[in-house]
Design a protein around this ligand. Structure first.
Ligand code: GLP
Length: 236
C-alpha cells in the first residue's frame, strides 16, 4: 500500500484528479469505479475544469459507481445518481449508456445487485477504482462485518452511517439499506485509490495504517491488493 499525505483537501483533490486524468489518457477505454461522498467533490471539480465536453476526454470511458441507496429514485436530490450528474456527468462527454449506477428504486433490489455485478464482468472488470473511507472503515457501503469476498449486494446501513448522511435527507427518511459493490468486487479492480479527506477520519486512518486484516474494519481488506494508493489529507 502506497501512502501519500497532503496538507490540505485541495492538494489531495489535485493529486486525485491528476491520477484520474492520467488513467484516461493512458487508456481512453478505461473502466472506472467511482465514489460519492464529500471526499471526491474537489477531485470531480478539477476533472470538470480540465475535461469540459469539448475535450472529449470521456468519449470511450465506462463508469461504475460503488453504491446507491435502496428505495431512492434516481431523480431524488440525495440519490447518488443526482450527485454524479451534478458533480461530473452533466459536464463531460461520457456516453449515457457507459454510465452505471445501481438502481436504488428497483422492484427487486437483490436481483438488481446481481444484474449490476454481471454488468461489471461484461465490461471486462474494473480498471481503476476510487474509494472514500467511512469513519467506521466502510468502503462503498460495505459496513463493518462485511466479508472480504462479498459481491455486489443489498446491505443494511449502520446507525452511525445513517447519522453521517442524515443531512442529505432533511425530511428525515434516511434510507436503511443500500446496494453496494462488494469488497470482493472492489478488490478485483486492477488499481485502487483511496481518498481520505475531511474531519473525523483520524481513528480510521490509524486502524488502516496498522495493517491488521479485520472484517470489523472493511478498508483493511485493501491490504490484500497489490496496487493501492492512499491519498490522505492532514485533517483526516
Ligand atoms: C458514504 C459513501 C461512501 C463514502 C463514505 C465517506 O456513506 N457510501 O462511498 O466513501 O461514506 O464519505 P465522505 O467522503 O463524505 O467522508
Amino acid at each position: 500500500m502506497d501512502w501519500e499525505q497532503y496538507e490540505s483537501d485541495e492538494l489531495l483533490s489535485e493529486r486525485a484528479a491528476e491520477i484520474f486524468l492520467a488513467a484516461i489518457r493512458d487508456n481512453p477505454r478505461v473502466v472506472l469505479g467511482l465514489p460519492t461522498g464529500r471526499s471526491p467533490v474537489g477531485m470531480y471539480r478539477r476533472i470538470v475544469r480540465e475535461c469540459a465536453r469539448e475535450y472529449h476526454c470521456f468519449r470511450n470511458v465506462t463508469t461504475f459507481n460503488l453504491d446507491e441507496y435502496v428505495g431512492v429514485s434516481p431523480d431524488h436530490p440525495a440519490s447518488y445518481h443526482t450527485y454524479m450528474q451534478h458533480h461530473l456527468f452533466d459536464h463531460v462527454d461520457v456516453q449515457p449508456e457507459c454510465v452505471h449506477i445501481p438502481h436504488g428504486d428497483a422492484k427487486d433490489p437483490a436481483a438488481e445487485a446481481l444484474r449490476y455485478e454481471r454488468e461489471i464482468v461484461e465490461a471486462g472488470g474494473l480498471g481503476l477504482t476510487f474509494l472514500g473511507l467511512g469513519r467506521n472503515g466502510h468502503i462503498g457501503f460495505n459496513e463493518p462485518g462485511s466479508p472480504f469476498d462479498a459481491r455486489t449486494r443489498v446491505v443494511e446501513l449502520t446507525p452511525s452511517t445513517r447519522k453521517a448522511n442524515a443531512e442529505f435527507f432533511p425530511e428525515g427518511n434516511v434510507p436503511t439499506h443500500a446496494i453496494t459493490m462488494g469488497i470482493g468486487t472492489i478488490l478485483e479492480s486492477q488499481a485502487i485509490v483511496l481518498l481520505v479527506a475531511g474531519e473525523g477520519k483520524h481513528d480510521a486512518i490509524g486502524r488502516l495504517r496498522s495493517g491488521t486484516l479485520d472484517e470489523s474494519f472493511p478498508a483493511s481488506a485493501l491490504w490484500k491488493h497489490r496496487n493501492v494508493k492512499v491519498l490522505a489529507s492532514s485533517f483526516a
